[in-house]
Ligand binder design. Structure first.
Ligand code: ATP
Ligand code: MG
Length: 396
């Protein structure tokens, strides 16, 4: 009998056509997450198994809890035999080490040629547990311990506790999205939720030095690093937005500043997305949160690009977004008080229902195309990894 981690990936199995891609991506993701932990990964019909040196199992479980696409994690035991006698023997050894008063046995049988039904196995094992342990009884409704038995071809597995996985799809299986990542609370949560649906994200951050500080940029890098815990790395595009922002401030009516600024951000994010093979833009906009997030604003801003914009937190209350931010540990980083480029130029009375035609007219007051070209040409690309960060320009 040897220790083993059993991984279940419920939702994936419903995607029949893509099953091979899903499994190979999940396998790659598991491999990445368990790098350096002596893990040996194997696969058998609807399950992945991880064997490792004993000392690594705690760490392995923690790492697997950050891999999307995993539905459930069990730390259990593998028996290289599936005879009922051998299973009974090993179950007795395992339950003798545990202290409990009530239990039940649940059996799954993927080997349908097995001579006993699942019910018969559960009954047989329940019987030997009762015989070998004093003062215990079966409780099928609310047992202290559930003894799970899985019978497969030539092998069987025993485990007790179920650990919930994150669910969702393995990162990358649905392609790539460009996340507009600011230092706020919302956009890291939006990125996390998109990753959960199998989207690999790259980030684009607009900075406006000297109006925004190096500390604000480092905060965004820390956020990307926290998100990279779920995907291994994140490619972050840092775009200098100063000239564009100052030009809008000089040339356009004050009340349209934010709307036009955001139209420029969208245009740049779109161009960077196309260049990097991302199929959607993702951002942290939430309906009604600020003037630029009214429906009319979204319409006026979104209309400058021809690409879907996914807004995972669009319909969430702020408190719900904060709950997720705390859970994924981006909240404490996000609330560090460094100005980002949106907050420093906010006019007193931004237009709440911007008119698209007016936006287009005001944008003829300056040559934004060449400013955008320049900003993209000078982008800084940072590969943010979950362990160490390395910086380099345009070589990815
Ligand atoms: P908060 O969490 O406080 O609302 P925020 O970053 O969401 O902060 P908003 O002004 O609400 O700020 O911006 C809406 C969305 O636009 C952000 O979630 C983000 O996706 C994008 N965005 C805003 N500013 C930037 C920026 N400087 N760089 C990249 N994306 C940005
Ligand atoms: Mg916001």
């Amino acid at each position: 009998m040897k220790k083993i981690v059993i991984i279940k990936y419920g939702e994936l199995t419903t995607k029949k056509d893509n099953i091979n891609l899903f499994i190979s991506t999940l396998r790659d993701e598991v491999k990445r997450a368990l790098d350096g932990l002596s893990a040996e990964i194997s696969y058998d019909k609807g399950r992945m198994f991880i064997g490792a040196d004993d000392e690594y199992y705690d760490k392995i479980i923690l790492k697997l809890q950050k891999v999307f696409g995993i539905h459930e994690i069990n730390l259990g035991y593998q028996i290289d035999d599936n005879s009922i006698e051998e299973i009974e023997k090993q179950v007795i050894a395992l339950v003798s080490e545990r202290d409990f008063k009530t239990f039940k046995v649940e059996t799954k049988r993927s080997d349908k040629t097995y001579p006993l039904t699942s019910m018969e196995v559960s009954r047989a094992i329940g019987g030997v547990i009762l015989k070998n342990k004093e003062g215990i009884k079966v409780d099928v409704h609310n047992p202290e311990v559930v003894v799970h038995v899985e019978i497969r071809h030539n092998k069987s597995y025993i485990y007790f506790d179920k650990i919930a996985g994150l669910g969702g799809y393995p990162v990358g299986v649905l392609g790539k999205g460009m996340l507009m990542l600011s230092g706020g609370i919302d956009s890291p949560v939006a990125g996390y939720l998109a990753m959960k649906r199998g989207v690999r994200i790259e980030g684009v951050y607009f900075e406006s030095p000297p109006h925004t500080s190096e500390a604000a940029k480092n905060k965004v890098i820390s956020l990307a690093k926290t998100l990279a815990d779920y995907s291994g790395y994140i490619k972050l595009h840092v775009v200098n937005f100063t000239k564009i922002q100052e030009t809008i401030l000089k040339e356009c009516p004050r009340e349209y500043l934010i709307t036009i600024m955001r139209r420029m951000m969208y245009r740049i994010a779109y161009r960077i997305a196309l260049k990097n093979n991302a199929k959607v833009i993702i951002n942290g906009e939430s309906i009604g949160q600020v003037a630029s997030q009214t429906l009319t604003s979204m319409y006026a801003i979104n209309s400058v690009i021809d690409m879907p914009v996914i807004r995972p937190v669009a319909c969430f209350d702020k408190l719900d977004i904060i709950d997720i931010a705390k859970k994924i540990e981006t909240y404490d980083i996000s609330i560090q008080p460094f100005e980002d480029c949106c907050t420093i130029f906010v006019p007193e009375h931004p237009v709440i229902n911007p008119d698209r035609a007016k936006c287009s007219e005001y944008e003829t007051y300056f040559d934004y195309e060449s400013l955008i070209d320049e900003a993209i040409r000078n982008e800084e690309v940072i590969k943010v990894e979950n362990k160490v960060s390395r910086e380099f320009n345009n070589i990815l």
